[in-house]
Every structure is written in structure tokens, then in C-alpha cells.
Design a protein around this ligand. Sequence first.
Ligand SMILES: [Zn+2]
Ligand SMILES: [Zn+2]
Length: 259
Amino acid sequence: MRLTVLGSSASYAGPGQACAGHLVEGADARVLLDCGNGVLANLSSVIDPLTLDAVFVTHGHPDHFLDLYALQALLRYAPEGPADALPLCVPRGLFEDMSCFLSDRGNSELRAAFTVHEMRAGEPLAAGDLLVTPHATEHTDDSFALTVTDGSATLCYTSDTAPGEAVVQLATGCDLLLAEATLPEEYRGRAPHLTAVEAGEIARAAGAGQLVLTHIWPTNDREVMADEASVAFGRPVVVASEYDSFEIVPASDDERETS
Ligand SMILES: [Zn+2]
Ligand SMILES: [Zn+2]
């Protein structure tokens, strides 16, 4: 199973960046985790978006779903004619809320582009060999983290979340923790997000195999974040950049060891 970071920015995108978007590829399936502004351009640089098997949107903040509008246009105006409806997994009400920006015609086009599935915490959704499970997090009323497994290794994507026992639980035993780290340390506790230190502490408590930080304000100092998170985690931490790619394999006991 391979993870490719398409968008590492939080809230708004910095130069050459995009907001939340992460591609996961299994043996016979490709899923997109979040589809924030700028993600479609970067996705198109990596694969043909028409080969996606499903899209998961974790919550209704614009930096996680805005490029769904662009994606529906790509699906509709595909060179061979409108593509088959793409499975789209969203929190309750998000798809309906998206319609408020569209005309009647735009709404019917949006509905034709996607087959919508409502996510519920703890109820897995399958895409080929990948099994994606939503988990409730502390952010908005309907926010989900996602765990993805190919039956061998497990990725845990926190999406946006406050720190707490819930996120430690859902990350426990994962082989790669893709954790948000929106806040510089001086902003700790001022919004339902994580700092790099908090992400490192969660990864350590969860016994994660690797830690990759994403969802980062463009103005944050990424080198400082990597250092802070590495101290908290006890091992080196990667701060994601666009197009970084990670092969996710089962972590060894040594890799999980916490000091
Ligand atoms: Zn966000
Ligand atoms: Zn959010």
C-alpha cells in the first residue's frame, strides 16, 4: 500500500502547495482521502484521476472538500464521455450543503458525478483491496479520522482533530500515522487541532510505526516542527511535502518500541 501526499497545507495553501489531499494505492484500488483546494492539479500530476475508485471527505471544512467541484467537472467532461459515477464517502449532510453554491443544472451535474455514501463511525467501506474505516474525532460535530488497511499494513490519517484519548485509540498499532500538525507550539490549545509536539506524543502513545506530519499552516517552520515532533515521538519524523510518497508495510516491533 502506498501513500502519496498531494496537499500538505492547512486552511489555505502556500506557494506550490495544496490543501488536504492524500492518495492511497493498494494492489487493485486507488482512493483519495480529502479533496481540498489545489488537490486535483497535484493528483493529475501523479495519476489519471479517472482511475480513482473512491473519494473520502473527512469533514465539511473547505480546505478538505473544495476541489470536489472541480473533480465533478473533470468526470463530466472526460474525453470519452461522462465517467461512471464515482463513489464519494462524506459525513451526513455535506453533499447537500455543497448544493447551495450551484444552480439547478449544476446540482444535477454534481449528483450525476458521484454516488454518495454517508460515513458512520466504525462502519468500514471497501474499495477493491482497501478497507477504509471512519472514526469520530474531536473537531467539528461530524469529523472523521480514517484508517485504511490492505489486510497487511494500516495507515491512520487523523484528519483534523483536537488531542485526546480518542485519537490515540484509533491510531493504536498503525504502521504509519499521518497526523495533522496545524498549530505552531505557541498556538497550542487555541483551536481543535494538534501541534507537532502533540502529534509526536500521540504517535508514541499509540505505538505507531512511522509518523508523518501534514495539514500545516504555510507560515509554520517545518524544520522546527520536525525537530519538536521527533523529540516527542522518540524517533525521526517526516514533515510532508507535496508528492512525498511512502510505502506502508507492517512495522517491526523495534519500530514500534517507545523509549
Ligand atoms: Zn483542515
Ligand atoms: Zn477542519
